[in-house]
Write a new protein. Structure first.
Length: 121
């Protein structure tokens, strides 16, 4: 079986060769999810999300809402909850709480929200 080629560690300035992307010294730690978040995280694999809510939203709104606000027409790839549902099933399944975004805008929004949560601790 073929192995991945050795490449330098992704950490700036580290030249250690690895197959995993990061050497053991610089491998980022994975913060464990809270039990509550782990429970509702599974909702994204349910049939209601994968076969109804997500594809329905992308059909209704095929272009990124955030890009459109800036006058750019970008195909949407991600479905975002406008207000974080935090495990609230009603809010999770509320179609009016969904928006279509491109991956870049969705990542930006998520990082902004996570940064605000961290600053509020």
């Amino acid at each position: 079986m073929a192995q991945k080629p050795l490449r330098p560690c992704r950490h700036p300035g580290c030249g250690t060769l690895t197959r995993e992307g990061w050497c053991p010294q610089h491998k980022p730690s994975e913060a464990p999810r809270s039990p509550e978040a782990a429970a509702w995280r599974r909702w994204y694999s349910l049939k209601i999300w994968t076969e109804d809510l997500r594809p329905g939203q992308l059909l209704r709104e095929p272009f990124c809402r955030a890009c459109a606000a800036r006058g750019i027409r970008t195909p949407a790839t991600d479905v975002d909850h406008i207000r974080d549902h935090k495990g609230d099933w009603e809010l999770f399944t509320d179609r009016s709480n969904l928006q279509s975004l491109c991956h870049s805008c969705h990542s930006r929004k998520t990082m902004t929200e996570q940064g605000k949560k961290r600053r509020n601790f």
